[in-house]
Design a binder for this molecule. Structure first.
Ligand code: PEP
Length: 252
């Protein structure tokens, strides 16, 4: 089995003023000054990308965005493109987060267009999938997640190894109710089995799958200790230096 480097990303969502965001990024930078064997990514809102980019310059911490449009430019009021994110030194972009799917109508097909556009500009997409509570209770959650994975990643060919997946059960996001390590591991292993069918065993073994959904310092270590969980996508706990840094350390 290939050894996958863990990756912990903070999704700040629509939070933090410029000065609060700078304080947060500076605090994280101070605490993680020494190189650790985990990829760390900060995904602030668009308004903070430039400031955070300047703060983490020359460190091991990388910058990510929370969304983008699939076109490179044009009359798309309010949107921002992959090239624009590269201009700001972004390396990652979160795509298909459940909040975008539920509140902004993003389908697997939309996510797929964005994934392709991100890859074309050398941005690493963090592709989110996950079931609602209703879908979990129906028992058909793995089938739903499989469809999300297959359709969101359709036709990306040789670029498969460049993507990151995030399993985020919708019922665990921002609710304080996390999936148990066993529940999360079951789905992660299921996703890896789907990836094996699509891209082959070697590629599937190399792809990192993050868990997201109420990850906290108290539960991070056990979640990250599961064989198919390769780090976390962190929401609420990423807004505080101490809790985010503790979660990163739990991945070491
Ligand atoms: C998220 O929105 O990606 C997330 C995982 O949020 P939280 O950690 O707050 O549940």
């Amino acid at each position: 089995m290939k050894l996958r480097k863990k990756i912990v990303a903070g999704n700040w969502k629509m939070n933090k003023s410029i000065s609060d965001g700078q304080d947060l990024a500076n605090g994280i930078k101070r605490e993680l000054a020494e190189n650790c064997d985990v990829d760390v990514v900060l995904c602030p809102p668009f308004t903070l990308l430039k400031s955070v980019s300047d703060i983490i310059d020359m460190t091991q911490i990388r910058l990510g965005a929370q969304n983008m449009h699939w076109e490179s430019d044009g009359a798309y009021t309010g949107e921002i493109s992959a090239g624009m994110l590269r201009d700001l030194f972004c390396h990652y972009v979160i795509l298909g987060h459940s909040e975008r799917r539920a509140m902004f109508g993003e389908t697997n097909q939309v996510v797929n267009r964005k994934v392709k556009a991100a890859l074309a500009r050398n941005l690493t997409p963090i592709v989110c999938v996950g079931e609602t509570l209703e879908e979990r209770d129906s028992g058909a959650y793995m089938k739903i997640i499989e469809t999300q994975v297959r359709e969101s990643l359709e036709g990306i060919g040789d670029d498969f190894e460049k993507i990151i997946l995030a399993y985020e059960p919708v019922w665990a996001i921002g609710t304080g109710r996390t999936a148990s390590p066993e529940q999360a591991q079951e789905v992660h292993a299921g996703i890896r089995a789907v990836l094996t069918e699509i891209a082959g065993k070697d590629v599937a073994e190399a792809i990192r799958i993050q868990y997201g959904g109420s990850v906290k310092p108290a539960n991070a270590r056990e979640l990250f200790g599961q064989p198919d969980i390769d780090g976390g996508l962190i929401g609420g706990a990423a807004l505080d230096v101490r809790s985010f840094v503790e979660i990163v350390r739990a991945a070491i």
